[in-house]
Design a binder for this molecule. Structure first.
Ligand code: SF4
Ligand code: SF4
Length: 274
């Protein structure tokens, strides 16, 4: 399947105003001072579409704008467009093919992931409501998130952590997009052809028993030291009828401050018997 991305900036139309530089969440756009145009570092670009969608466009004549900017420069004055505008509509979508299309699936929240049909990176259970009772009493659900705006992450790095988790025989969530990209969930290996693809962020979802929380935290902490991105980990569990769980003490014993970031009330329509 073909998608459209936004990695090209027209050399004919760009007037080097720099507005798109600030809007790129991973710093993939820069002004090349030799050619006086904005250029995209295609290795760093995660195909998030922010530059294309986030700037409004005007259709000013590029030659005229360059001339005015040059004349104003001689007079020690500036002629700049409003900061949220590409004045010459110079950012052009491009067709993306496999494996580069993976970047956009994980980086553009408006594109549904092919494997789950869900916009974004995780499954509905971790994003909104666990109406499928994925995490039962005595179990712990983990979200391990790789990357952040300005940092991003490669699947080669993610694969190092998923293989460490697989060696501990955790259960990867079958409907999670990263799990779909593994060649074998029992090894945690991610398919070779996407290892060099970078995404704004990706979430790995796993489940274990509550007692294994300290072990999993240590595995993620240790394996994360081998990779070059930010890793954030979230742990969830099901509360008893009093609203309590053993998770608070487990985390505090590990020296991890506990707070309820999100309380899932189980609202929503369950697809079947709990
Ligand atoms: S906003 Fe448009 S004209 Fe300005 S530098 Fe970026 S691509 Fe070029
Ligand atoms: S990372 Fe996003 S904003 Fe930056 S160049 Fe690529 S598509 Fe545009």
């Amino acid at each position: 399947m073909l998608y459209f991305g936004c990695v090209k900036i027209s050399l004919d139309r760009c007037v080097a105003c720099g507005n798109c530089v600030a809007i790129c969440p991973v710093g993939a756009i820069d002004i090349d001072r030799d050619i006086r145009r904005a250029v995209v570092d295609e290795e760093r670009c995660v195909e998030c579409f922010t530059c294309y969608r986030g700037l409004s466009t005007e259709h000013l004549n590029p030659t005229l704008v360059r001339t005015i900017r040059r004349v104003f420069g001689w007079l020690r004055m500036r002629f700049d467009p409003e900061p949220d505008v590409c004045p010459t509509a110079a950012i052009e979508p491009q067709e993306l093919v496999w494996p580069r299309v993976v970047r956009r699936a994980f980086s553009d929240p408006l594109v549904p992931h092919e494997s789950t049909g869900i916009h974004g990176r995780g499954t509905e259970e971790v994003k909104t409501n666990d109406v499928t009772h994925r995490v039962s009493l005595g179990e712990a659900g983990f979200t391990v998130e790789f990357g952040r705006p300005t940092v991003s992450a490669s699947f080669r790095d993610i694969s190092i952590v998923t293989q460490a988790l697989a060696a501990a025989e955790v259960t990867f969530e079958a409907n999670n997009p990263v799990t779909h990209l593994m060649t074998d969930a029992s090894t945690g290996k991610i398919r070779e052809d996407i290892l060099d693809e970078r995404v704004l962020s990706a979430i790995v979802e796993i489940k274990t028993t509550l007692e294994r929380v300290p072990e999993i935290l240590r595995i993620v902490t240790q394996s994360s030291k081998k990779i070059d991105t930010i890793v954030s980990i979230g742990v969830s569990t099901r509360c008893d009828e009093e609203g309590d769980s053993a998770l608070e003490k487990i985390l505090e014993d590990e020296g991890v401050p506990f707070w309820r970031g999100k309380t899932n009330l189980g609202l929503g329509r369950a697809p079947g018997p709990a």
